[in-house]
Design a binder for this molecule. Structure first.
Ligand SMILES: [Zn+2]
Length: 120
């Protein structure tokens, strides 16, 4: 139903993957999500595949309120003592997170691995 499908980046997928799983479960596409998840671990999934899943979920929900890609994780405030992380995957998906220094590292959902420190 979307006239203009949202452009999707690997960083987007990395950020929203867990939430997308919930959406997929509620919409009856959990099997499709799992297939993409398995493919993501070995790096054979595609952005088209993820976009296809998002489109199916949107259609299932009537697409009135289209799925919001970019209200992902809540980052830390700039003036806090923060630790910065980047995506560790082979794709270098470009995702960046800043969390309070005492918090555990965020996890890259593409690979399931903790994100790498980015102190640059
Ligand atoms: Zn990632």
């Amino acid at each position: 139903m979307l006239d203009d499908p949202p452009a999707l980046s690997w960083a987007d997928v990395c950020v929203v993957k867990d939430r997308l799983r919930q959406e997929a479960r509620q919409s009856g596409f959990l099997a499709e999500w799992r297939e993409l998840d398995r493919a993501a671990v070995v790096g054979t999934d595609s952005l088209d595949g993820w976009l296809g899943l998002i489109a199916m979920i949107d259609e299932h929900r009537g697409a009135a309120a289209s799925w919001e890609i970019r209200n992902g994780d809540h980052g830390a405030d700039d003036d806090e003592d923060v630790a910065r992380y980047r995506c560790p995957t082979h794709r270098s998906c470009g995702r960046r997170e800043a969390v309070t220094a005492l918090a555990p590292p965020p996890v890259c959902r593409l690979s399931g691995a903790p994100m790498a420190r980015d102190d640059g």
